[in-house]
Write a protein of this length. Structure first.
Ligand code: ATP
Ligand code: MG
Length: 437
C-alpha cells in the first residue's frame, strides 16, 4: 500500500507541474522533524481552490470559504489549503473572512511556531518564517506573534496549547503561558464538543497527569471541569493514603495507567473519587475521615459532567458504572461465587480491574484483592462466567407453573446454584425446581 507521504508527494508534484507552489504544512512537518510518523499530510499551495479542484477531479471543496480542498490519492485523503491570511475574529472562534496570500502570511496565521513550518516535499527543505525549528529542537511551545491576541482570536488554541505541550512533552514559553492564564475564560466561548475533543486527546496520552496539572495551573479546568479543583487539598485517612490528598492520589493513578489505556478508563480514573470532597465527614467516634457513599454519588457526578461535555451515551454509561463499582473491589473476597461471577461478567470488568490496580498502587499498596481476582480469572477461564441457563420459562410452564414474577425468581435461583457449581445439568436442575415448588 502506498504510504500517505507518497500520496501527498504525488499531489504536490502535480500542483508544481501546473506552475503552483506546494508545500507540506503544519503537523506533518513538525512530526517528521521529531522523527514521528505523521498521521496525515496537509498541503499548502498558491493554487486557488478552483485551480485545485480543476487539477484533481473528484476532489471536494470542504471549506470553500476557508480555501480548503480534500483530494483523494491512492486511498489517502489529503487536505490542500490555499495560502491565506485570516481576517478578524469577532466571535473568538473563527475568522470573519479569509484572503488568499503568501506562504509567509499563511505561516503567521497558524497557532504555534512548531505548527508553522513548511517543507518542500521533493527536496525535503524546511521553510521557517516563525522560528519553529529552533523551538522544536528546544522543546518549546510558543504562540506565533502576540500570544494574548492569538488566544483571543481563537480560544480553542488555549486547549490546543496544553494538548501539544502534553503530547510532545514540551515546555510552554513564559509569555505564551502568561497569556493562557490571563485569557483562560475565553474557553467559555468554545462549544463543549470542541473542548471535549481536545480534552479526550489529552487524557489518553501517557503524559496525562502533567496535562491535568497544566489544565489546573492555567485556570482552564475551572471553565469546563471545575469539580476536579476541590480534590486538591481534600484530605484522606493517612494510613490508607500515605501519598496525600485526593488530587495527588488521582494524578498518580493517571500516571500509572498504561500508554494504551482507553478513554473510558482514563476518564473513570480521573473521576473515581470525584465525590470525595462533597461527602467528606469526620467520624468522631472512630476518629477518622469518612466518605460514605462517595462511589454512588461519584457515578451521578461523573454522569452529569460527561453529559455536560457531550460525551456519547456509551462512554457516559461505562464511566459512571465503573465509578459506581470501584469500592466493591474491597469486598470481592467476601462475595459468594455466584455474586463474584456476576460481578466479573460485566463487559467493563477488565477496565475496572485496571482501575483497581492503579488505585492500590497509588495508595496503601495492598494488592490482595487484585491478586485474588487475577487468580479467580484463571480459575474461571475454562467456562463462560455466565453459562447457558439449565432451565427456561418453557420448562417452568411444563412443570405447571403460571408465568409471573415468581418465574424470574426461580430462574435466578437456578442460575445461582449453577454458578455456585451445585447444579451441573438440566435433569438435576429440573429436579431441584420440583423440590422448590
Ligand atoms: P494533530 O493533527 O497531530 O493534532 P496538527 O498540527 O496537524 O496536529 P491540526 O488540527 O490537524 O493539527 O491542524 C493542522 C495545522 O493547521 C496545524 O499544524 C496548524 O498549523 C494549523 N491550525 C490548526 N488549528 C489551528 C487553530 N485553531 N489556530 C491556528 N492554526 C491552526
Ligand atoms: Mg493534523
Amino acid at each position: 500500500v502506498p504510504d500517505a507521504r507518497h500520496a501527498a508527494c504525488n499531489l504536490a508534484r502535480r500542483l508544481k507541474k501546473a506552475g503552483h507552489t506546494a508545500y507540506f504544512a503544519g503537523g506533518c512537518v513538525r512530526d517528521g522533524l521529531l522523527g514521528k510518523i505523521p498521521k496525515d499530510y496537509d498541503i499548502a499551495t498558491s493554487a486557488t481552490p478552483a485551480q485545485v479542484t480543476a487539477l484533481f477531479p473528484g476532489s471536494n471543496e470542504v471549506g470553500a470559504h476557508f480555501g480548503v480542498v480534500i483530494a483523494k490519492e491512492q486511498g489517502h485523503h489529503v487536505e490542500i489549503a490555499t495560502f491565506r491570511t485570516d481576517g478578524s475574529y469577532r466571535d473568538g472562534r473563527r475568522p470573519d473572512d479569509v484572503t488568499f496570500s503568501t506562504p509567509e502570511e499563511d505561516s503567521k496565521r497558524r497557532d504555534f511556531t512548531i505548527n508553522g513550518l513548511f517543507e518542500d516535499p521533493e527536496s525535503g527543505e524546511v521553510i521557517d518564517f516563525v522560528g519553529g525549528r529552533k523551538d522544536l529542537a528546544a522543546g518549546v511551545l510558543r504562540a506565533i506573534g502576540n500570544p494574548a491576541d492569538r488566544f483571543n482570536e481563537d480560544a480553542l488554541r488555549l486547549m490546543r496549547a496544553i494538548r501539544f505541550a502534553t503530547t510532545l512533552g514540551f515546555e510552554i514559553e513564559p509569555d505564551t503561558w502568561a497569556a493562557i492564564q490571563a485569557n483562560a475564560d475565553g474557553l467559555l466561548r468554545i462549544s463543549p464538543e470542541r473542548i471535549r475533543d481536545e480534552f479526550s486527546r489529552l487524557i489518553v496520552q501517557p503524559a496525562r497527569a502533567r496535562g491535568l496539572d497544566l489544565l489546573v495551573d492555567s485556570g482552564l479546568i475551572q471553565h469546563f471541569l471545575p469539580e476536579v479543583l476541590p480534590l486538591i487539598g481534600c484530605e484522606q485517612p493517612p494510613e490508607w493514603h500515605p501519598e496525600g490528598d485526593v488530587y495527588v492520589h488521582t494524578r498518580i493513578m493517571l500516571e500509572m495507567l498504561g500508554p494504551e489505556a482507553p478513554l473510558e478508563l482514563c476518564l473513570a480514573v480521573l473521576l473515581h473519587d470525584i465525590a470525595k470532597p462533597p461527602t467528606q465527614t469526620f467520624d468522631e467516634q472512630a476518629g477518622r475521615i469518612r466518605f460514605n457513599g462517595h462511589d454512588a454519588m461519584g457515578a451521578l457526578m461523573a454522569e452529569e459532567i460527561l453529559r455536560r461535555l457531550r460525551y456519547p451515551n456509551h462512554v457516559i454509561e461505562d464511566v459512571a458504572f465503573i465509578v459506581s463499582r470501584h469500592m466493591q473491589f474491597m469486598n470481592v473476597q467476601q462475595m459468594r461465587t455466584a455474586k463474584l461471577k456476576r460481578f466479573m461478567s460485566a463487559p467493563t470488568f477488565p477496565l475496572e480491574l485496571d482501575l483497581h490496580r492503579v488505585d492500590c498502587g497509588s495508595s496503601n499498596g495492598f494488592t490482595d484483592n487484585l491478586e485474588f481476582l487475577i487468580a479467580k480469572q484463571e480459575e474461571f477461564a475454562a467456562q463462560p462466567l455466565i453459562p447457558a441457563p439449565l432451565v427456561t420459562g418453557h420448562d417452568l410452564i411444563r412443570l405447571g407453573l403460571a408465568p409471573g414474577p415468581r418465574f424470574s425468581e426461580i430462574l435466578d435461583a437456578v442460575q445461582t446454584e449453577q454458578l455456585e457449581g451445585r447444579l451441573a445439568d438440566r435433569e438435576s436442575a429440573v429436579a431441584w425446581v420440583k423440590g422448590l415448588i
